[in-house]
Design a protein around this ligand. Structure first.
Ligand code: GLU
Length: 308
C-alpha cells in the first residue's frame, strides 16, 4: 500500500451511514473495511449518522443501525455524531461560499435538467441556464456551486490515481436543495474536512462524489482527507445492494456468520472453520490477517463471491 500521501495527522476514519433503513450486507462491507483500516493504523474509528435528508429517512433507522454495529462488534472510539446537529456549520459554509462568489441561485427543476442537460457519467450536466443570473420569470429553487475548468487528481488507496475534469463529470452542482437543506456534498465535505477525519473509506459508488467534495473543501480552505473507495456489493443481476432497493437487513442474531461472509467478500479468505466462530474470534483473525491490497482496482463484488 502506498503510504506516501498519509497526512501527518493521526489516523482517524469514519463510517457514515444514512438512516434510510437498517444496515445490510453491502453497508457492512464499508463499516468493516473502514474499521479495519483504522485498526491497521492504530487509529480511531468514528461513526457519524448522516441524517440530513428527512424525507428519505426511516423512523428508528438510526437506532437499528447502531444496534447492528454493536452486535457485530463495531464499537466507535467516541460518541456517535449526527450530521443534523451540525446545521450551523453547514449554513456557515454556504454563507462563506456565497460571499466568495462560488454560488448562484438556480431556478431549474429536475425535468429542466433532463430536457436541456448534456448527458454526463453521473446524470445530466447542468446546462448553465441560471449561471449568469436567473432568467426573467424564474424563481430561485436551489443554490449551485459554479464549476469552472477545475480538474482534480488524487490517489485513491484502492482505486489508484483518479483524475477528473469536473465540468465534464459533474458540472455546476447543488449545495442547497429546493427544501433549503444543505446537500449531501456540502455536508459531507464540511464534516469530513473539519479536521478530525484523516481517511474516508467508503463504497465505490461514491467515488464520483469525491472531486466535488474536495472542491468544496478547497474553496473553504479545509484539509481534504485521503480517500479509499472499496468495491460495492452487487446482486447476481449486477445491482448494488441498497436500502432503497429493499436489501435484506442484517440478521443481528448471526453476527459471526455475517462477518465471515463480509470478510470473504472483501477478498480476505477467512478459514472455513471460522464460519461458526464468535464475533471476538473473527475480529481477532481479521485484525491480524487484514490485507487491504487485495481490494485494489475492484469496483464491485458479487453476493455469490461468498462460499459455494
Ligand atoms: N451517508 C452516505 C450513505 O450512506 C455515505 C456517506 C459517505 O461515506 O461519504 O450512502
Amino acid at each position: 500500500m502506498d503510504e506516501t500521501e498519509t497526512p501527518a495527522a493521526p489516523y482517524c476514519g469514519r463510517f457514515a451511514p444514512s438512516p434510510t433503513g437498517p444496515l445490510h450486507a453491502g453497508s457492512l462491507l464499508s463499516a468493516i473495511c473502514s474499521y479495519l483500516e483504522a485498526r491497521r493504523h492504530t487509529g480511531r474509528w468514528l461513526v457519524r449518522i448522516d441524517d440530513i435528508d428527512p424525507p428519505r429517512q426511516l423512523p428508528g433507522a438510526s437506532d437499528a443501525i447502531l444496534r447492528s454495529l454493536d452486535a457485530h462488534g463495531l464499537q466507535p472510539d467516541a460518541a456517535v455524531t449526527f450530521q443534523s446537529s451540525r446545521r450551523e456549520q453547514h449554513l456557515a459554509a454556504l454563507a462563506e461560499l456565497q460571499a466568495e462568489g462560488h454560488l448562484f441561485d438556480c431556478g431549474c427543476s429536475r425535468s429542466d435538467l433532463r430536457a436541456h442537460g448534456r448527458p454526463g457519467p453521473n446524470g445530466p450536466l447542468y446546462p448553465g441556464t441560471c449561471r449568469n443570473g436567473l432568467p426573467p420569470g424564474r424563481q430561485p429553487r436551489t443554490l449551485r456551486l459554479r464549476v469552472n475548468q477545475e480538474s482534480d487528481s488524487f490517489d485513491d488507496q484502492f482505486q489508484g490515481p483518479i483524475r477528473t475534469c469536473l465540468a465534464e463529470t459533474i458540472g455546476d452542482f447543488i449545495v442547497r436543495r429546493t427544501d433549503g437543506l444543505p446537500s449531501y456534498h456540502l455536508a459531507a465535505a464540511v464534516d469530513d474536512g473539519a479536521g478530525d477525519i484523516s481517511h474516508v473509506v467508503r463504497g465505490h459508488d461514491l467515488l464520483w462524489c469525491t472531486p466535488p467534495q474536495r472542491l468544496i473543501q478547497r474553496h473553504l480552505g479545509l484539509t481534504s482527507p485521503l480517500y479509499a473507495h472499496l468495491p460495492v456489493l452487487v446482486d447476481t443481476r449486477g445491482y448494488k445492494l441498497s436500502k432503497q432497493q429493499g436489501a435484506a437487513p442484517l440478521d443481528d442474531r448471526q453476527p459471526g456468520e455475517n462477518l465471515w461472509l463480509a470478510l470473504q467478500r472483501l477478498q480476505q479468505s477467512p478459514p472455513a472453520d471460522l464460519r461458526r466462530a464468535s464475533v471476538d474470534t473473527l475480529w481477532q483473525w481479521a485484525k491480524t490477517h487484514w490485507q487491504p491490497e487485495r481490494l485494489r482496482g475492484l469496483a464491485r463484488v458479487t453476493e455469490t463471491d461468498g462460499p459455494a
